[in-house]
Design a protein around this ligand. Sequence first.
Ligand code: CLF
Ligand code: SF4
Length: 531
Amino acid sequence: MQSASPASSTPPAVAFVGIGQIKRLGDPLDIPAPSGGCSTEGGEGKASCGSSGGPDDMPPEIWEKVKNHPCYSEEAHHHYARMHVAVAPACNIQCNYCNRKYDCSNESRPGVVSQKLTPEQAVKKVVTVASEIPQMTVLGIAGPGDSLANPKKTFDTFRMLQEQAPDIKLCLSTNGLALPDLVDEICRYNIDHVTITINMVDPEVGAKIYPWIFWDHRRITGIEAARILHERQMLGLEMLTARGVLTKINSVLIPGVNDQHLIEVNREVKKRGAFLHNIMPLISEAEHGTVFGLTGQRGPTAQELKAVQDACAGGANLMRHCRQCRADAVGLLGEDRSEEFTQDKIDQMEVVYDLDRRRSYQEQVEIERQAQHQAKQMALAGASALPVDDLKLLVAVATQGGGRVNEHFGHVTEFQIYEVSAQQTLFVGHRRVDLYCQGGYGDDEQLPSVVRAINDCHAVLVSKIGACPRDELSAAGIEPVDAYAGEFIEKAVLEWFNDYRSRVASGALVHQHRGDAQIRQGAFTGAQQAA
Ligand code: CLF
Ligand code: SF4
């Protein structure tokens, strides 16, 4: 773990401008309660809903907003897809992890240039995708620059889409500089979900991340730039909270710059009503041509990322299923179908926006989710019938979606990782791996890297597995399990866990701690999958 930035431990000397008020950071705010809403107020340790919450954890009107948003609900990301349209090329700030030749790395993996669209092209693309993929429920504008530095293109897209496809949820992501001026516009178009990238609440930390901002018709640098950005971000967040817009905060974890400081960020955004906090690893490579890439600033290891996330427990709820997707991503999180919807292909497609078909698909999904929820509750009841212990371990799951164990070990490009105890199963992340099965044959050279990627797990649940990987996993101490093929994931994980505990209790098995995993970072893209 990197040491805390010296600046992060001292309270900032600057004041920030609230809604018609001036307060010092850390002072209590008098913001109105979110209109309805999942309260994030309260002291640390107070339970509140988050991306892993369900209908029992939040008011019905909030559940309505999040239940089919794949980023705001962890459960939804197994079933529902999002898409982004790259209509916003300009940006009003500079981040040291960004190279303007590439997508905005606040919401996108740097290194992949998007096809930029006009609002008209974008709307046609969304309607086309929604006709083909009924589980696509959310349109996000996340770059390739900043959505609110391009307000006309962003809001024209939302306005036109709302007229043509009113059932699609609207979502945007911003660095926050222009946000306070545009909150009314955001509310006018019923944009219920806004992400603000907040990497600091101390301008001295900010000055290490942002070399300049463009503000009030001039370029401003240094601590002054970071201070203005910070004040605008806090004000924008407060204004959104006051209007009942669900706000997610993205933070890029930069070791040695803001790692420990993000715990304070988490606290401050919780105070201001943020719904979720998504702490993402810095992706930094020299070939991206960013300041951080060229100066050798590294990204965090997966263990460092998890340590900061765990240290935020009790604060704003964390999102842990982010895939750092591209500004033109299409599909379920973790898959990218953008290649199926390039402009030339869309020009050839006949589009019929069939709202009934979309609705009936989504009704089926809701039935499936209810069954999934009930199965999980029953498995949890089974767990609590066993003697109490404090065992908590990780399980890797091979899935191709739908919330079920339904992928062959050899076909996995991403494992989902669950932390399981007698009290709960919790999605804690994903692990990208190279395909083991190449054209019908297992690639034995890949196998050790797959094993290393899940080396901290006690078991891997798959729909099927060959003899060779089965032996290698067992030799490494990871139990290969295909007994739950087709079952709901949480139920399967809990049932395996109960069985494991019974074996330990009977002496048939000695419980042992696992080692560390070697985890690959970065977004999952079609190109990487094929490579
Ligand atoms: Fe897109 Fe972002 Fe909306 Fe989601 S993504 S604008 S909130 S619809 Fe999601 Fe992608 Fe992570 Fe963003 S997985 S990078 S959090
Ligand atoms: Fe790049 Fe996004 Fe930062 Fe703008 S806000 S500089 S586009 S990463």
